[in-house]
Design a protein around this ligand. Structure first.
Ligand code: UGA
Length: 465
């Protein structure tokens, strides 16, 4: 099938590469000329497993890059919109990019097109897009609008696209639904997985995925509700972690007990410094705002957000608790990205915490396996950057772990102890057991567990709100 993908950001680029991998002829459009030139030269602007391989495999054959939207629309049957929907001042999603692209598509249409909304958008966006198409001169029978939300996670986006839990397609048009079934056929019938050159299947993936056809409003709600629910799960476990600290329970044991109930499940129950990234914070706010606009005050989501912000402050209090005063303290920070497996620092709790510590007079030396360049764009030279965790720790007064990178869970702890000025580790992601830290002779402060103070135990001081 001939497919145009408008937007070469995270979702657009991954969708374009994966649809080319499924055998379609894809043209990916962006108005950013430099980005398109770089993509045409074989450069990959984002850090994502398997993306470079897929782009190399299909560039120039199944996959092309261009800035010419009009031509792309004319030569394609399916047009995917994957442009940004940033947060507006009042928590609403800013849909101006979606509207502008819809208008451009309407002006280019010269025959029947299926317009697929892939950006994360509030309920009724598809209806607004239909209206905009007509207002910009398109006949109603020349197009259908479909809501087809994307559920990919940064770091595993390619595998999430090719081995999804489910595919959600919202449309009131049987004709459009049939075209989308054809687009996803290799995933729905499992034939992609049979290919010798397929991207390897993740252990957990079910083949075929659940395929859900529904109304556009339901599809739009599924996306927002899904992200809001996952964010709620994280805030819930963080609230439980805070109770654990006050009563002397261990959040890791509590999580095991809760997560082994199959109705709840163990995923997204990791306590820590809270969620970040370009999706959860924005989508919790946008869902809350959309619900309010349609007459429902979704106050639970206020609390999800509040608990999330509070986790960062609680961590700062722990740093104070461990170090007594902060002014002029030298801190080694491991982790800048908002989570492991990505170079993305947008809404990163790590960056927020670092900014808070700098304000208190701390000097920071940081290391992240992927996000140093991106972090430098935000933090400049307000912090120092180290080439590895040990260089960061040398002569620091404490070691802080702020991102859940796997390599941070396997540090040489005795070596760390030697390098640090004081034997103090603050772990915002619970990557270690207190027993391992005790063995290494390190004082250890984590989330939802009692502080381990080997060198000089202090009276129990629960972290107050
Ligand atoms: C999230 C969703 O997981 C995807 O399904 C969705 O498609 C995507 O948003 C989107 O809307 O585009 P992503 O933002 O890439 O994906 O990251 P997640 O893996 O969900 O992690 C989000 C944040 O939650 C990170 O800061 C992570 O550290 C934190 N987290 C995650 C926890 O604190 N605890 C957990 O148990 C899990």
């Amino acid at each position: 099938m001939r497919i145009a993908v408008i937007g070469s950001g995270y979702v657009g680029l991954v969708a374009a590469a994966c649809l080319a991998e499924l055998g379609h002829k894809v043209i990916c459009i962006d108005k950013d000329r430099e980005r398109i030139a770089a993509l045409n030269e074989g450069k990959t602007p984002i850090f994502e497993d398997y993306l470079q391989e897929l782009l190399d495999r299909h560039r120039g054959t199944n996959l092309r890059f261009s800035t010419e939207l009009r031509e792309a629309v004319r030569e394609s049957l399916i047009i995917l919109i994957a442009v940004g929907t940033p947060i507006a001042v009042d928590g609403d999603a800013d849909l101006s990019h979606v509207e502008a692209v819809t208008r451009d598509i309407a002006c280019a249409v010269d025959g029947y097109k299926v317009i697929v909304e892939k950006s994360t958008v509030p309920v009724y966006t598809s209806a607004w897009m239909e209206r905009a198409m007509v207002l910009n001169g398109c006949e109603r029978e020349e197009f259908d609008v479909v809501s087809n939300p994307e559920f990919l996670r940064e770091g595993s986006a390619v595998k999430d696209f090719l081995y999804p839990d489910r595919i959600v397609v919202g449309s009131n048009s049987e004709r459009a639904l049939a075209h989308l079934r054809e687009m996803y056929a290799p995933l729905i019938d499992g034939s992609y997985f049979q290919r010798a050159d397929a991207v390897p299947k993740p252990d957990r993936a079910d083949i075929p995925p659940v395929y859900i056809e529904t109304s556009t409003q339901s599809a739009e709600l599924i996306k927002h509700a899904c992200n809001a629910f996952l964010a709620m799960k994280i805030s819930f476990i963080n609230a439980v972690a805070n109770v654990c600290e006050t009563v002397g329970a261990d959040i890791e044991d509590v999580c095991k007990g809760i997560g082994s109930d199959t109705r709840i499940g163990p995923r997204f129950l990791r306590a820590g410094i809270g969620y970040g990234g370009s999706c959860f914070p924005k989508d919790v706010a946008a869902f809350r705002s959309a619900a309010r606009k349609h007459g429902y005050r979704f106050e639970l989501l206020d609390e999800v957000h509040r608990i999330n912000q509070q986790q960062r402050h609680r961590f700062m209090k722990k740093v104070r608790m461990a170090l007594w005063t902060l002014k002029n303290k030298k801190l080694a920070v491991l982790g800048l990205a908002f989570k492991d497996g990505t170079d993305d620092v947008r809404e990163s709790p790590a960056i927020d915490i670092i900014k808070g510590l700098i304000q208190e007079g701390c000097q920071i030396t940081a290391f992240d396996p992927a996000a140093m360049k991106r972090a430098e764009e935000v933090m400049g030279n307000s912090i120092a950057y180290a080439p590895d965790p040990y260089a960061a720790a040398k002569d620091a007064d404490a070691l802080l772990i702020l991102t859940e990178w796997r390599e941070f869970a396997n540090l040489d702890l005795p070596r760390m102890k030697q390098l640090l000025n004081y034997p103090i580790v603050l772990d915002g992601r619970n990557l270690y057991s207190p027993a391992d830290m005790a063995k290494a002779g390190l004082n250890y402060y984590s989330m939802g567990r009692a502080p381990l103070e080997i060198s000089h135990p202090m009276p129990i001081r629960p972290v107050a709100e």
